[in-house]
Design a protein around this ligand. Structure first.
Ligand code: IPE
Ligand code: IPE
Ligand code: MG
Length: 232
């Protein structure tokens, strides 16, 4: 089965920097270049959607300085790489809540999405100010609203819930990779992960390469996804 939708928890920028006697933000800066490399590699591999966890709803707990730096990264990323992404026919998308993001950052994200709107290649989807519990609560509210307005009966089925989630337009999640050795989900795509394959790798995000992605896909392809059934 081919891999259509890959998600990555890009973790370990801070530790990578610290181990080199640098400040944490230098890890984030290097991480931006790796986002470009991963996007190009995923596109070359024929992946349809690459969802990258860039900023969680919990990351606001970090120092104002670090949060401020992280919020400037979309500007850094798109000013350097948007042209190349356009040439590769990649479309930019976002999940998460835009309204709490600083206006300057939101504007940059919105204009990258607008500019690439008609691109038909891979979708590079940033999870920005994203938390899956919040996503599920918002989906529940939307559904409740539909019931209240008489658009729906109170008869929601499991296979219909997706349409209320922020990922509704994307194919089901096949593979989730987390870098830097932590074996946890950190509030990422909780519903979507139900039958995704998981890969936790030790490499910190700044050292992730296209070869790493290829290895992860090979590993994925060697797995036997049974979805609760029995292999015939
Ligand atoms: C991932 O690296 C980037 C974000 C969470 C925004 P970290 O900043 O979490 O780096 P570590 O995990 O502290 O090393
Ligand atoms: C998850 O990494 C969020 C992103 C990569 C954006 P964290 O570094 O925030 O997660 P925890 O705190 O280790 O769980
Ligand atoms: Mg981390």
């Amino acid at each position: 089965m081919s891999v259509r939708h890959v998600a990555i928890i890009m973790d370990g920028n801070g530790r990578w920097a610290k181990a080199r006697g640098k400040v944490r933000t230098e890890g984030h800066f290097r991480g931006v270049e790796v986002v470009r490399d991963a996007a190009i590699a995923a596109n070359d591999l024929g992946i349809e959607v690459l969802t990258l966890y860039a900023f969680s709803t919990e990351n606001w707990k970090r120092s104002a300085e670090e949060v401020g730096y992280l919020m400037k990264l979309p500007a850094v990323f798109f000013s350097r790489f948007l042209k190349e992404l356009m040439e590769k026919n990649i479309r930019i998308a976002m999940i998460g809540e835009m309204d709490q993001i600083p206006a300057e950052t939101a504007k940059i994200l919105q204009s990258a999405m607008d500019e690439t709107r008609n691109n038909t290649g891979m979708v590079l989807n940033f999870a920005m100010n994203y938390g899956s519990q919040r996503e599920i609560v918002l989906a529940a509210r939307k559904y409740a609203e539909d019931v209240k307005n008489g658009v729906r009966e109170n008869d929601l089925e499991v296979n219909q819930f997706d349409q209320y989630l922020m990922t509704s337009e994307f194919p089901p999640l096949d593979l989730m990779i987390r870098t830097s050795g932590e074996c946890r989900i950190s509030n990422f795509l909780l519903w979507q992960l139900a039958y995704a394959e998981l890969e936790f790798i030790d490499l910190p995000w700044p050292e992730f390469t296209k070869e790493t992605l290829k290895e992860c896909i090979e590993q994925f392809e060697s797995r036997d996804r049974r979805f609760g059934g029995v292999k015939s």
